[in-house]
Design a protein around this ligand. Structure first.
Ligand code: ADP
Ligand code: ZN
Length: 434
């Protein structure tokens, strides 16, 4: 399927590393000269721009964290004068105060380029109708997909999220062929489609460009079946640029990182040590072509594994596995690490329950409690309490073996859990309130 930028997406690793090194050296010099925080930190660490002689020297540079972005809010990390900035977007604020992503005209162009690479890798062509239901208000999801679709020359529909019935109406009327939104919103839209009395045969969708939140393979299958599409994963973050930092190709075998623009590393989140290829750890990015706010060794807090093996699609760009979650999504319950994605995996493979759930953590008498509210599927609903009890027991047993701790499973009525229009909020941790 279409490779948007053959030169960079299929470059040999040695050529790519040469490009990365030259761009890294330029960027380090630029931030040293223009950003006080980086100059101070590099001076403190005793490293000068000239010390970056190989890619391995990247490890000499200090990390940047989300707290740094908050401390330097709004413009402390700008490497250009403010009048060169042409757009400012902001993160969704999932984990606290929002951070902003200022861009120059070239940065916006770069963003369109990576979004075009992503959509093209998922099969989007000029004659496609790209329906974007990511939010557009500051959140980067909407504009990223929109710019990418425009660059390819497809028909771009900036729907934004919400008003799901209207979404379905336009999808049908305009013959949308690709849907871009969060995977949780794709699930909600599929539900509304069927509630309106339609099926996948009444729409013209071929593919989905889903990201901005973690989702499991089980959820992918469910969305693909319900909407009759291929569902692709796309990853990105505002601090780095937005969606399209990495993207799946039609092999659906990990997301290709645009390494000619962002150098990835995997580190041990506790020690900061760089880990060898194939290890699970925290993903770190260094922007090597961005102008407005090029971040050095930015700690994403997303946990995943990288591989540099050439993909069957022909791309040489490294691939990242689906992030299992963020270090700060990880719940520590009774001393055990729990990721919401593990819970989702169990629910998605169990008959009788719908893929809507909420995790409530609390502390009672100094002991952590874990309640999982799970919706019964409207198809599998049974009046017999016996069945509900059996289902509860089955889910409890499977969750115990997946998580290693006991969860209190509560089955709830179909459609009683709030549907997501953007990033789903699945965890309520009441311990923070005490
Ligand atoms: P935030 O949610 O932190 O306010 P963003 O809206 O910029 O900020 O979202 C970026 C974050 O969303 C990433 O760091 C990552 O945790 C998550 N994310 C984005 N795409 C994916 C994806 N495809 N799979 C899993 N998580 C993702
Ligand atoms: Zn590939």
């Amino acid at each position: 399927m279409g490779i948007w930028n053959k030169k960079y997406e299929t470059m040999s690793r040695s050529e790519l590393e040469q490009v990365q090194l030259e761009r890294l050296q330029k960027t380090v010099k630029r931030v040293y000269d223009n950003v006080e925080m980086y100059r101070e930190r590099m001076d403190k660490a005793g490293v000068k721009p000239e010390d970056i002689k190989t890619l391995a020297d990247l490890a000499k540079l200090p990390f940047t964290t989300k707290d740094d972005l908050r401390d330097q809010y709004p413009f402390g990390l700008l490497a250009v004068p403010l009048d060169e900035v042409t757009e400012i977007h902001a993160s969704s604020g999932t984990t606290g105060k929002q951070v902003i992503g200022p861009m120059t005209e070239n940065d916006v162009e770069l963003w369109a380029e990576i979004a075009a690479r992503s959509l093209a890798a998922m099969g989007v062509e000029k004659n496609d109708v790209v329906h974007t239901s990511y939010g557009f208000g500051l959140f980067t999801g909407g504009f990223g997909a929109h710019y990418g679709a425009r660059k390819i020359g497809a028909v771009a529909i900036p729907m934004s999220s919400g008003n799901s019935k209207r979404q379905i109406k336009f999808m049908k009327d305009l013959g949308s062929t690709y849907l871009c939104c969060t995977p949780s919103y794709a699930m909600s839209l599929a539900e509304v489609l069927y509630d309106m009395g339609y099926t996948k045969d009444d729409i013209n969708l071929k593919g989905g460009v889903f990201g901005a939140e973690p989702w499991t393979e089980e959820m992918r299958k469910e969305i693909e079946d319900k909407l009759g599409i291929k569902a692709y994963d796309i990853y990105g973050l505002t601090e780095i640029i937005g969606p399209g930092v990495s993207y799946e190709c039609t092999e659906q075998a990990g997301m290709h990182i645009n390494e000619d623009l962002f150098i990835p590393e995997i580190i041990n989140p506790d020690t900061g040590e760089v880990l060898p290829e194939g290890s699970m750890g925290e993903l770190v990015f260094t922007c090597i072509t961005k102008e407005a706010m090029p971040l050095i060794r930015y700690r994403t807090r997303d946990l995943c594994v990288l591989t540099k093996e050439t993909c069957k699609c022909g791309r040489t760009l490294a691939r990242m596995a689906k992030p299992v979650g963020r270090t700060d999504d990880m719940l520590i319950i009774r001393g055990v690490n729990v990721f919401p994605s593990q819970i989702e995996e169990v629910l998605m493979r169990t008959d009788g329950v719908a893929p809507y759930y909420q995790i409530v953590v609390d502390r009672v008498n100094n002991k952590d409690t874990l309640d999982i509210l799970i919706e019964l599927s409207s198809f599998g609903m049974s009046d017999e309490v016996k069945d509900i009890e059996a289902l509860t027991r089955k889910l409890s047993a499977e969750l115990l073996s997946m998580l290693g701790i006991k969860a209190n499973v509560k089955l709830v009525e179909p459609k009683s859990i709030t549907r997501s229009e953007g990033k789903a909020v699945r965890v309520i941790d009441n311990r923070k309130l005490h």
